[in-house]
Design a protein around this ligand. Sequence first.
Ligand SMILES: *Cc1c(COP(=O)(O)O)cnc(C)c1O
Length: 428
Amino acid sequence: MTRSSELFDRAKRVLPGGVNSPVRAFRAVGGTPFFVAHGHGSSLADVDGHEYLDYVCSWGALILGHAHPAVLDAVRAAAARGWTYGAPCEAEVDLAEEVRRRIPSLEMMRFVNSGTEATMAAVRLARAVTGRELILKFEGCYHGHADSFLVKAGSGVATLGLPDSPGVPAGLASLTLTAPFNDARAVADLFREHGGRIAAIIVEPYVGNAGFIAPESDFHPALRDVCDQYGALLIFDEVMTGFRVAAGGAQERLGVKPDLTTLGKIVGGGFPVGVYGGRADLMKRVAPEGPVYQAGTLSGNPVAMAAGLATLRETSRPGFYEALEKRTARLVAGLRTAAERRGIAITAAYTGSMWGAYFTAGPVNNYGEAQQSDAAFFARWHKAALARGVFLAPSAFEAGFVSSAHSDADIDFTITELDAALGEARGR
Ligand SMILES: *Cc1c(COP(=O)(O)O)cnc(C)c1O
């Protein structure tokens, strides 16, 4: 019996499914999860002494890889000054200014402790300022686990095949409209029917929670137009794409300006931070400046702010995003070539350092098409890759991430091992 499986048995007695976030339990791919002993750079080591090249990167939070020295120094220095004050500190202002410099549409913002909190608060604000109750989201997009979003959601919800979650009041779920991603016509139809009652569209500008799906070029401009036409707000949920697909997030890449943006993952450098922000006239409606209530005991935590700021500074180095995208492109091209050579249908794509592969001939432009992917094949491939030292997200419906700690040699190793794993998954 391995140390990981011993720990998993203990964990299952005290934690539902043995984990604190469902996909970590490996149910979508079979087997049991490894327990991490430590992470360093591009790799994770488990408690049994195995090493894995890590393409999960804490679900995208670690764009610099594990235990980056600059972030570690910042965290140590901050912690030595005390780790939570319950009163304002300079680091909150520093990080807010840096976020606004990088993503100017966040004229003002509020720090929270997770992406879930950020999207919840953004929707509350959108409902408050518009005086409307409906929101529109896209099938397969994941916006955290708040009640309103567990309607045709991606990530673990998709993985586990739960259409919704018990415990979400039907009355609340009925306020969430859904449309297929990349389908501007469906959105227009919904607005024609309900336009006067829709507070906001919330969208993952690049979908990363149903595997990876890029938007068609006219999709986001169409969302912007329909929101303007009907007086609804456009919310970009950039919890995953922010500081990931470009220095200024998806909105810089797409050239579309949302009214509100949510951030998480990278902005905390691997510590629990979420952000919601946007137009100053909207953010001024947030308490105490305005009436829309939202608060947090640990929000603006000085250690988390320091980690976020150190991470953003590292990613501001000239050429940072170009180098990362180049490596990601090479990985995806290598994987595509390997699959094609073996006659395995694949649709692989990337933007910045976010990537994904579906085992289907494609195209994959929405969640329905993503579900054509051969999940049983993925599960076998995942297992074979793990045994060869490559850790992919344990679900066919999650994006992968490359960090700046992934070297060219790491990418070469990964292509070779993923290729061999394809052969094993296919059984020849
Ligand atoms: C991860 C994620 C969330 C939820 O963030 P948590 O910190 O897990 O609550 C929300 N939206 C998107 C797009 C995400 O990728």
